[in-house]
Write a protein that binds this ligand. Structure first.
Ligand SMILES: Nc1ncnc2c1ncn2[C@@H]1O[C@H](COP(=O)(O)OP(=O)(O)O)[C@@H](O)[C@H]1O
Ligand SMILES: O=C(O)C1=C[C@@H](OP(=O)(O)O)[C@@H](O)[C@H](O)C1
Ligand SMILES: [Mg+2]
Length: 182
């Protein structure tokens, strides 16, 4: 797969990236509604295809299997679909092939949230994020910091601290509209 892309800019998929719990799934859904586009959440798609939850897939098939499935699905979506709003799982973008496919074929929007604000969200998300279970807050912070380097490879960044989902979605939508009218 080369990096050449013949998809016109305004037809490219919008790909939301960022750490677990920053709001990729929530915001993606809202942006899709605002732009009258289809929404695809990669985790939900994998769950649907396997008829299993993400924690069950991790437990029964293992993380390596999950990473392979998510990589293949994302590359397929990036190269073979247009005009979608796609929310990735937070770890997918750690894979180089995924980054390349998203950056060359889509418009990558990084949803950023400070550690201080992210920490407040942990209790509400820990139950269905296998990678957060049985980890201390210090270990999670380390993962949060480690992943910054991958997420720094994006087209747009939206700072979400203190913003409700509607406001974040409006900001993402405006970025896309402004780009389309350039
Ligand atoms: N901007 C926001 N402000 C407050 N809570 C949010 C915001 N975005 C998402 N959430 C909440 O955070 C949790 C994780 O959101 P989710 O969309 O599943 O994140 P992700 O897909 O990035 O893991 C959910 O409970 C969601 O309601
Ligand atoms: O960051 C990760 O490694 C993961 C993030 C999750 O998605 P969200 O980022 O939507 O929580 C999900 O794909 C899985 O639990 C692994
Ligand atoms: Mg999600």
């Amino acid at each position: 797969m080369g990096t050449y892309c013949n998809i016109p800019l305004r037809e490219r998929n919008i790909v939301l990236i960022g750490f677990m719990g920053v709001g990729k799934t929530t915001i993606g859904q809202l942006v899709a509604k605002k732009l009258y586009r289809d929404f695809i959440d990669v985790d939900q798609e994998i769950e649907k295809r396997h008829q299993m939850s993400i924690p069950a897939i991790f437990e029964q098939m293992g993380e390596d299997y999950f990473r392979k499935v998510e990589r293949e699905l994302i590359i397929d979506l990036c190269t073979n679909t247009r005009l979608k709003i796609i929310s990735l799982g937070g770890g997918a973008y750690l894979q180089e092939e995924v980054r390349k496919a998203c950056l060359s074929h889509g418009i990558v929007v990084f949803l950023d949230l400070s550690w201080e604000n992210w920490k407040e969200r942990l209790p509400s998300i820990v139950h269905d994020r296998p990678l957060l279970k049985n980890k201390t807050l210090e270990e999670i912070k380390e993962l949060f910091e480690q992943r910054k380097q991958a997420y720094s490879q994006h087209h747009y960044r939206v700072a979400t601290d203190g913003l409700d989902p509607e406001t974040v979605a409006t900001r993402v939508m405006k970025l896309i509209r402004e780009r389309d009218t350039e």
